[in-house]
Design a protein around this ligand. Structure first.
Ligand SMILES: Nc1ncnc2c1ncn2[C@@H]1O[C@H](COP(=O)(O)OP(=O)(O)OP(=O)(O)O)[C@@H](O)[C@H]1O
Length: 337
């Protein structure tokens, strides 16, 4: 459904001595299969939106090639656009008509008959909890309502390939959960392929079959959330033994199946790969060595641990930065055609 090879996008900013070249996307390869839900994750400025804009034909790649739904993004942009739904990060521009009319017009642009567009639009309004807002102008909607209207616009023509750029940013928890459900159902009931960017680790974890992590314009990882977590960090097993004289034995047994074992009083901790598989035999092993446990806890690594291991930086820091900067006006990027 999506194939990209060596995608590059450079921007030139500033003039004279301040002139600078930014390699926003720096050689990206991607393969997304039909029916897959892929979460595209990365900190602010990593190149997510720029990649999406190239895949959706809004930006011509500086180098590299990509096909989307079987069409070349440079040579067949019209066919690409007809085959996809796109919900951009900045949202749709509205003309000042009623929300419902905007949606119907948008559907008709894609060749839908008016009646079909009305039916589908009303169904989407209901699903995305916009009931009663058909005859409201978008400018008089709340931020969250407008965001959901963006999603309706992106889905009106029933696309089987959907690009969503940070779809739930700015939504309250209930609206987020509702949109998650809808994204899930795009796949389950429509067999749609979904490519979504997000800052929210839990969102990527919950929705995506596969996570692709981008950092400084390059893909640094691509796998299921479970595999990524297992590869780079391992699960943390945290034991508390009943008496001090059992610490050494417990540390030795945990060390035999894991690594980075450390002790702290009666606590023994270490990382193991796939704790679910090895912990039962560890428990038997400790039992037969006469070790009595007061407690055992297994902590699964998070996607943030994965990102930290891969890049040395925390995704959460990027999120925190975004939260504080998102209160002002959206950052204006210098557009270089
Ligand atoms: N039109 C532009 N002109 C100049 N620089 C740009 C332009 N668009 C993006 N950039 C720069 O390219 C880099 C990648 O930006 P991009 O918006 O793709 O990142 P992102 O991962 O989507 O970030 P965010 O999560 O903040 O949306 C950033 O350094 C950004 O400042």
């Amino acid at each position: 459904m999506i194939t990209a090879r060596g995608l590059v996008q450079t921007f030139h900013t500033g003039r004279g001595k301040a002139a600078k070249e930014v390699r926003a996307v720096d050689g990206v390869d991607l393969d997304v299969a039909e029916g897959e839900v892929v979460g595209f994750l990365g900190p602010n400025g990593a190149g997510k939106t720029t990649t999406l804009r190239m895949l959706t034909t809004l930006l011509r790649p500086t180098a590299g090639t990509a096909t989307v739904a079987g069409y070349d993004v440079v040579k067949e942009p019209v066919q690409v656009r007809r085959s996809i739904g796109y919900v951009s990060q900045v949202g749709s521009t509205f003309s000042g008509a009623y929300a419902g009319d905007e949606v119907v017009d948008h559907g008709m642009l894609y060749g839908m008959a008016r009646g079909d567009a009305v039916r589908r639009g009303q169904e989407l309004f209901e699903r995305l909890q916009l009931d009663g807002l058909w005859k409201r102008m978008p400018k008089n909607m709340s931020g969250g309502q407008k965001r959901r209207l963006d999603v309706v616009m992106g889905l009106i023509h029933d696309p089987t390939l959907v690009f969503l750029d940070e779809p739930t940013t700015g939504l309250d928890p209930q609206a987020r959960a509702n949109l998650w459900e809808h994204i899930e159902s795009l796949r389950t009931s429509h067999g749609a392929t979904v490519f979504l960017t997000t800052h929210y680790l839990d969102e990527a974890d919950a929705l995506a079959d596969r996570i692709v992590i981008i950092d400084q314009g390059r893909i640094v990882a691509s796998d299921t959330a479970d595999n990524l977590k297992a590869q780079v960090a391992g699960d943390l097993v945290d034991l508390e033994v009943a008496s001090d004289d059992q610490v050494a034995v417990a540390a030795q047994r945990l060390g035999a199946i894991g690594q980075a074992v450390e002790t702290d009083g009666r606590r023994v901790r270490g990382r193991v790969e796939r704790a679910g598989r090895v912990v039962p035999s560890l428990l038997r092993d400790l039992g037969s060595a006469g070790v009595v446990l007061d407690s055992i806890e297994v902590l699964r690594p998070t996607l943030d641990d994965v990102f930290l291991t891969l890049t040395g930086r925390s995704l959460r820091d990027a999120e925190a930065g975004e939260a504080s900067s998102s209160e002002g006006e959206p950052e204006q990027k210098e557009e270089v055609a």
